[in-house]
Design a binder for this molecule. Structure first.
Ligand code: SME
Length: 156
């Protein structure tokens, strides 16, 4: 189970030490990957300036061919197109699913955003079916919101 408060405290300390969002995003992905054995792949995708394409920023787990994902494609691109997190209990039932690895059974995408402005997302894959619960989404959203604070500050 993700202890979002502990991760957020770490992220805040990093900010106070002067680390920028790039380092915070890497730290957060690594921590989520290590923290929970259901999370078999954890990546961060960032949205390009045109809002057209997601670009893989960093990841932990098996290599993926999906370095670039157009908005509207796959689970990741659907999250941006609909402005909504995606909790997919069975990836075989998701139309247009982009497979990275045949072992993946379920997937959670949580947006990194400030209001209507979407900066990117966490993408988490699990080899277990229906691995993600609402409380996972809530915890990861809290971490994503903390990251969005720093990204917003840098882009002002
Ligand atoms: N499955 C994702 C693609 C990214 S990989 O999981 C790393 C999707 O359908 O968008």
């Amino acid at each position: 189970m993700v202890d979002a408060r502990a991760v957020i405290r770490e992220l805040q300390e990093m900010r106070e030490d002067g680390h920028l969002s790039d380092a915070l995003l890497r730290y957060a992905a690594r921590t989520l990957y290590r923290i929970d054995e259901r999370f078999d792949w954890v990546g961060v995708y960032m949205l390009d300036d045109e809002g057209a394409e997601l670009r893989l920023h960093n990841y932990f787990g098996a290599p993926t061919e999906h370095a670039l994902i157009p908005v509207g494609r796959g689970v990741c691109g659907t999250a941006v197109a609909h402005g909504a997190n995606q909790n997919v209990p069975d990836v075989t039932q998701f139309e247009g699913y982009l497979s990275c690895n045949p072992g993946v059974k379920s997937e959670l995408v949580v947006l990194i955003r400030a209001g209507n402005r979407i900066y990117g997302q966490f993408d988490i894959d699990s080899h277990r079916p229906a691995a993600f619960q609402d409380r996972d989404e809530v915890a990861i959203q809290m971490i994503a919101d903390k990251l969005a604070e720093q990204i917003a500050r840098e882009r002002r």
